[in-house]
Design a protein around this ligand. Structure first.
Ligand code: PLP
Length: 429
């Protein structure tokens, strides 16, 4: 939406947030309202026909949420954005808009644990399916695509192992098959990686993580590049054909680059109702104001901690992509040149038991199922977030039983290292 050529650090503060026209309030107000008075019957009809953009009912959108959507679209360089009640809701809404029964996606197997479960189990109830493949094996990606495939899905920097996807290579395959590349950019944030610049069509976020940045919110977002031609083939009838769920509107013809966003709100959000509340949107916008500052510090701290861990005798290996020993180190310069974020895993030589002991011995680190907080966080994925996966799936996802996941915070790096040092001493005693 925003076409201002300003730098990221400026946009993260100003995009979507002009002084409130009614009161002059400088910060975006929390519009705690369910509904909006129509000027008259014609105004109401125009809004319901999408002939005029405005507010109807807060399940669809709300001025505070709208401001956040504008900011996210500006930061990702997209045409429009839709905010949702969680990252997982954003994934479902993105798929809902482009899928139908019998359709499938081809997805990376390096995924947030909840996404593995959502894709391999839960989406089947919609009649959808997913093939999980190693996305570094482009022949396997290609082979998994069939006439019912509607998207390729991956995480730019994958949770939990920090693997970096070769986005241009995947975008090229998606383009050739006339389907969108969907990128979960949660771990990277738009400050470190802008997937649309590498050919992605839809960018998904869990706002819960680095974007809000302080562990106060559950939220999600989809940003659309606005560049995909939904009418180039007959694969996306909800966008290219008369939409029966919206009195026959042809979204792509009527709304052009905003077709996906309007369809996701007017049909998906209207009927599935995974709405973000204005209070959460407000907290998230406050967090985003300092995103670049926090991410620089997260990356700097993560590199120091990863280097220290790599030289520790109890540690078998560290997966941080910012280390020259990482097999995807060369992708940092290409995909996320400002840094490889602060989420990574390390494996202990003494295996599962030592991992559990380590978790129980940390003091500064919080043992929680979250990431992207200013606080340093730690978890043993195999017994928690990735517990419902088979051991083979755990290993493929980068969450083997001897692996611990950390999200390095913005505290002083020496204090973070000191905590790991004392906990590793106890874990391997
Ligand atoms: C947390 C997370 C999600 C899910 O987001 P929620 O806000 O918890 O629903 C999806 N993808 C990644 C990479 C995540 O880290």
């Amino acid at each position: 939406m925003s076409e201002t050529p300003q730098a990221f650090e400026t946009l993260q503060i100003h995009a979507g947030a002009k002084p409130d026209p009614a009161t002059g309030a400088r910060q975006v107000p929390i519009y705690q309202t369910t509904a909006y008075a129509f000027r008259d019957a014609d105004h109401a009809a125009a809004l319901f026909n999408l002939q005029e953009v405005g507010f109807i009912y807060s399940r669809l959108t709300n001025p505070t949420v709208f401001a956040l959507q504008d900011r996210m679209a500006a930061l990702e360089g997209g045409a429009g954005a839709v905010a949702c009640s969680s990252g997982h809701a954003a994934q479902i809404l993105a798929l809902f808009t482009i899928m139908g029964p019998g359709m499938n996606i081809v997805s990376s197997n390096r995924l947030y644990g909840g996404t593995v479960t959502q894709f391999t189990q839960t989406i089947r109830r919609f009649g959808w399916s997913a093939s999980l493949v190693d996305i570094d094996d482009t022949a396997a990606v290609e082979a998994a695509i069939d006439e019912n495939t509607r998207a390729i899905f991956c995480e730019s920097i994958a949770n939990p192992g920090g693997h970096i996807a070769d986005l241009p290579a995947l975008a090229e395959i998606a383009d050739r098959h006339g389907i969108p590349l969907i990128v979960d950019n949660t771990t990277a944030t738009p400050y470190l990686c802008r997937p649309i610049e590498h050919g992605a069509t839809l960018v998904i976020h869990s706002l819960t993580k680095y974007l809000t940045g302080n562990g106060t919110v559950t939220g999600g977002c989809i940003v659309d590049s606005g560049k995909f031609d939904w009418s180039a083939n007959d694969k996306f009838p909800s966008l290219s054909q008369p939409e029966p769920a919206y009195h026959g509107l042809k979204f792509h013809e009527a709304l052009g680059p905003l077709a996906f966003m309007f369809n996701a709100i007017a049909v998906g959000m209207r009927d599935l109702g995974m709405t973000l509340n204005p209070q959460a949107a407000h907290y998230t916008m406050m967090g985003i104001e300092t995103l670049s500052l926090r991410m620089d510090r997260h990356c700097e701290n993560a590199l120091k901690v990863a280097q220290w861990l790599e030289n520790h005798p109890a540690v078998d290996h560290v997966t941080y992509a910012g280390l020259p020993s990482s097999p995807v180190y060369d992708r940092v310069a290409k995909i996320c040149p400002k840094g490889a974020s602060s989420l990574f895993t390390f494996a202990l030589k003494d295996g599962y038991a030592a991992c559990v002991k380590l978790i129980d011995s940390v003091e500064l680190f919080s043992h929680v199922a979250n990431l992207g907080d200013t606080r340093s966080l730690i978890i043993h994925s195999a017994s928690t977030t990735h517990r419902q996966l088979t051991e083979a799936q755990q290993v493929a996802a980068g969450a083997a039983p001897n692996v611990v996941r950390v999200s390095i915070g913005t505290e002083n790096a020496d204090d973070i290292i000191a905590d790991l040092e004392q906990a590793l001493a106890k874990a391997t005693a």
